[in-house]
Design a protein around this ligand. Structure first.
Ligand SMILES: [Zn+2]
Length: 330
């Protein structure tokens, strides 16, 4: 018998708009019987599909939290057929702290799945999603962007899945989200990801990378705003016309799409997001921090592609991801 320490202050099965919290007891020095309070909105109108919409899985990525806060205010029960569950900041302690991981336990929520009801705060949040929220959902949308250390072209993403019917359903949902780019993503570190847990339950899952640098832009938020409504239309929850524009489809055929830095230094991008590169092109240079008169280290593309993601800060460290390439497909 599963028993999460998290309780919801809002009902999941009553019609109407309900704003409240997922309440996670967290006893600590400044609040002996205190709790982590994760904001949640549930909007339900009769029978129908359920969409679970999340942001703030990482605490320094903002398109999701911005657009989901707005949706929680604007969306009415009358517009909905079925149910929409909105959690703008899944890892609320990390979001509150403006950091990728939690200040409570250093937990990276998106490496903590499926989680544990007896684990750390972050593991308990993961467990609640795995055992309570995701099972209720038919379609799951999880907003990401690059956070403080990465920047991306705006794309919606799905993974290559063993179940080809499920993969096709995910691709159709990604196309409905209709970001400027649509990516079949190759993960370098999929163990513990929310994505994997949701997909293993057979759900339709779409994630995004809509920008980065630890902020959002008017453009990236507009992409998120349009995408979430389109996805709800696609799921049969909203009845309105889809807003569709051209999207560029990208694939990541192999690990050569990723470049990692082997030096500490100052980062000089040599191409910008969306630019095409050929195999062998210099995509970034790394200059020494403490001396003059020394040539920079050149980081070259291992294959041809389009620059889909890049290291964001001006300084770079050994092991940092420098660049992510996507390959355009028809
Ligand atoms: Zn993220």
């Amino acid at each position: 018998m599963h028993s999460s320490p998290i309780t919801s202050t809002v009902p999941f099965d009553e019609d109407g708009v309900h704003h409240g919290f997922l309440r996670l007891p967290y006893s600590r020095d400044d609040s002996a019987w205190g709790a982590v309070m994760i904001p949640v909105t549930v909007i339900r109108n009769g029978e129908g599909p359920t969409a679970l919409l999340t942001g703030g899985n990482h605490g320094d990525e903002y398109e999701g939290p911005v657009v989901l806060q707005e949706l929680a205010v604007r969306l009415t029960a009358d517009e909905v057929q079925g149910r929409v569950i909105i959690v703008p900041a899944m890892n609320q302690p990390a979001f509150r702290n403006g950091t990728r991981t939690s200040p409570v336990d250093s937990g990276n929520l998106n490496r903590s799945f499926p989680g544990s009801p007896t684990g750390t705060v972050t593991q308990k949040i993961a467990d609640y999603f795995s055992c309570v929220l995701v099972p209720m959902a038919d379609v799951v949308l999880d907003f990401h962007s690059g956070g403080r250390t990465l920047d991306f072209i705006p794309f919606a993403a799905v993974h290559i899945l063993e179940d080809k019917a499920q993969e096709a359903a995910c691709v159709a949902a990604m196309q409905a989200f209709n970001a400027p780019y649509s990516m079949k993503l190759l993960e370098i570190d999929s163990v513990g990801m929310y994505d994997t847990t949701v997909e293993d339950m057979g759900k339709v899952f779409v994630s995004t990378e809509l920008g980065g640098g630890g902020s959002s832009t008017a453009r990236s938020n507009a992409i998120a705003r349009k995408g979430v409504r389109n996805l709800l239309v696609h799921a049969g929850i909203l009845k309105e016309p889809l807003t569709l524009a051209a999207t560029i489809n990208l694939d990541m055929p192999d690990g050569d799409c990723y470049s990692f830095c082997e030096y500490d230094g100052m980062h000089e991008p040599m191409v910008d997001l969306g630019d095409e590169v050929k195999a062998g092109d210099v995509i970034a240079r790394v200059w020494p921090l403490d001396r003059t008169g020394q040539e920079p280290v050149e980081i070259r593309a291992k294959r041809a592609g389009l620059l889909a993601g890049r290291h964001f800060p001006g300084l770079i460290k050994v092991g940092d991801c420098v660049a992510v390439l996507g390959v355009e497909v028809d």
